[in-house]
Design a protein around this ligand. Sequence first.
Ligand SMILES: [Zn+2]
Length: 199
Amino acid sequence: MTKIQFIMMSCGYVESNQTSVLIYGTHFHGHDGFESGTEAVKELALDFYAKFFDENMSTYNNRYSIEIKKCCREALIKEPSCKFCSACGSRLEDKPFDAEGFMEFITNLHGTTCDSYGESEYANERHFVWWPWSGLKSLLDAPKESILCIPEQAEVCLLDALVEAKPKILRQMFMAMISGRRLKKERVFSDFKTKRDII
Ligand SMILES: [Zn+2]
């Protein structure tokens, strides 16, 4: 059986569907491909998650961005895993996963260059499986059965695969959705219990 060694995909839907395609291959990283499409897409989703985490969610990796204050940056340099800044008390935890941000991040890959693409081999302790510069020639020479094509909404398909691979992501998506509102679990449950008792 021919293994899947290429993913050709396009993000967006109907009018917003990208006119270019993104092509990923497995051969550069020495992987011989996947037996199922589900597995192939899941591994690409995990590659993207690792990249997204490093570039968007990790506070330490983004310590030089303008939104990080000088005192917080210094605290992170001193102790990369610190949760609070000892000088101003700001929370320095990584950002929770944001589904919209993740899909936008993937869609934006359509507009990157070799220079701006960023990490394509390793991020967040993961060695990538899929490589973005497959070379058109190797794709054209490959058997059709080795190419998985996602003609539109690839970003949605990859988010779905990521949630299946990492169910804990759902909790983080919820936290991102309510960001700014602190959830007091004890109160929610005690209120719920009281109301239920009244009913
Ligand atoms: Zn600070």
